[in-house]
Design a protein around this ligand. Structure first.
Ligand SMILES: Cc1ncc(COP(=O)(O)O)c(C=O)c1O
Length: 408
């Protein structure tokens, strides 16, 4: 058996992961979707489980994935051009739907241009390949998403050209800026907009105020980059995300179509020159097939919906449900992290109790995520709730009721 020796080694490695508590649990399979009915939002059925579930572990913040207009847009595009692009973008894999989504998302986030990717993950990797160089220094928040950390590894950023500041701590960001080596020509300060494990957000104004005075020290200046994958579409008065909470926009915005917008795919939005550099130098853009036209058409429609009265209504319901939930867990005396985002952490601060609570919610028909070490530091064990626009007042009351029963 050609794979026998490798199989044995991998099995041992997976056993180690399990023993260290770092292995992923078996994946549950969603086998049915039950649309909203009466005062209840959507419910889901799982393979082998004879009950339905409320999902509080989905990133689909506006609950758009099954929107009839988006399904119709995807269907029309598919009938026009088929299900796959047949080639990478520079070898005639570019269709009008790719271009219109790029124009639409650039306009949505207020930047001159954008490039779309298969995911926000590959967008981060592409950006680091396109704008990194031997004389580039990277500075990031310690809680940045895995895709940003991976992006720097892919771009071979040596540790001397990296600075990590304590989460949202501006004094520490200043320390990183003061430690930049002399031969550096370009500095990139990169951070999540919304931190996905905590639901808090990066203080863009404060970051800009600290970084701006250093700009003239470097040949290519200091560039700020936000990955607002959890913010765009779901956060701020018009769903523009974290930049809506500051007077200035970061220079480069990265985001996803796979969360609030309910589809798939990522993007980088910036100046025309940065976007052309991305097209020329981002391997994760160049050497891989693009999104299908169906994804692009559905994502463009999601942006239209987000900007329509219906979108604002969805955002408004999301805000109300988030408020209801945040007030509810405070009343029950639980510890959380203050904020307004739909990611609502409940700090349990105990591994066994976190597992117990996840199990209890499951038995009561609620899907939530438990975060334990090493995903979060020891002592920060958390249940992460994610509210979305399709949850009803009844749903949130039900979940709070389950929490209250558990407490008793
Ligand atoms: C900040 C951040 N960036 C990127 C991603 C990945 O998004 P995508 O699924 O589009 O790759 C996530 C998803 O969890 C995220 O939180």
């Amino acid at each position: 058996m050609p794979l026998e020796k490798l199989n044995q080694t991998l099995v041992r490695e997976i056993i180690n992961l399990k023993e260290e508590g770092r292995a992923k649990a078996d994946e549950r399979v969603i086998v049915d979707y039950l649309p909203p009915k009466g005062d209840k939002g959507p419910r889901y059925k799982l393979k082998g489980v004879d009950r339905d579930f409320i999902r509080l572990n989905s990133n689909s913040y506006l609950s758009l994935a099954d929107h009839p207009e988006m399904i119709e847009a995807a269907d029309t595009a598919t009938r026009e051009f088929g299900v796959g692009p047949g080639a990478v973008r520079f070898i005639d894999g570019t269709f009008k739907y790719h271009i219109s989504l790029e124009e639409r998302i650039a306009d949505f986030v207020g930047k001159p241009a954008a490039k779309i990717f298969n995911s926000a993950y590959t967008s981060n990797c592409g950006l680091s390949l396109a704008i990194g160089s031997k004389q580039t220094h990277w500075i990031g928040d310690e809680l940045n998403h895995n895709s940003i950390i991976r992006a720097m590894r892919i771009a071979n950023v040596p540790s001397k050209n990296k600075g990590i500041y304590k989460h949202n701590t501006m004094e520490d960001l200043k320390r990183c800026l003061n430690e930049i080596p002399d031969d550096i020509e370009r500095v990139i300060v990169i951070f999540d907009g919304i931190f996905s494990m905590r639901g808090d957000y990066a203080p863009i104004d404060k970051i800009k105020k600290i970084t701006d005075p250093y700009d003239s020290k470097f040949k290519d200046g200091i560039i700020t980059v936000v990955d607002d994958s959890h913010g765009i579409g779901a956060y701020g008065a018009t769903g523009r995300g974290t930049p809506e909470f500051s007077s200035e926009s970061p220079d480069i915005i990265i985001g996803t179509f796979g969360k609030a917008f309910g589809v798939n795919g990522g993007f980088i939005a910036a100046s025309e020159s940065v976007i052309e550099a991305v097209r020329q130098m981002a391997d994760t853009y160049i050497y891989t097939n693009p999104l299908s036209v169906a994804d692009c058409a559905a994502a463009s429609k999601a942006l239209d919906i987000c900007d329509s009265p219906e979108g604002l209504e969805r955002l408004d319901n999301l805000k109300q449900r988030v408020n209801q939930f945040r007030i509810g867990i405070e009343k029950l005396g639980h510890e959380s992290i203050p904020g307004h985002h739909a990611v609502i952490p409940l700090l349990v601060r105990d591994t066994a109790k976190t597992h117990q609570l996840v199990k209890y919610f499951f038995e009561k028909g609620v899907l939530v995520v438990g975060l334990t070490f090493p995903v979060v530091p020891r002592g920060d064990e958390t249940i992460r709730f994610q509210v979305n626009a399709a949850h009803t007042e009844f749903d949130i009351d039900y979940v709070l009721g389950v929490l209250s029963e558990f407490k008793k």
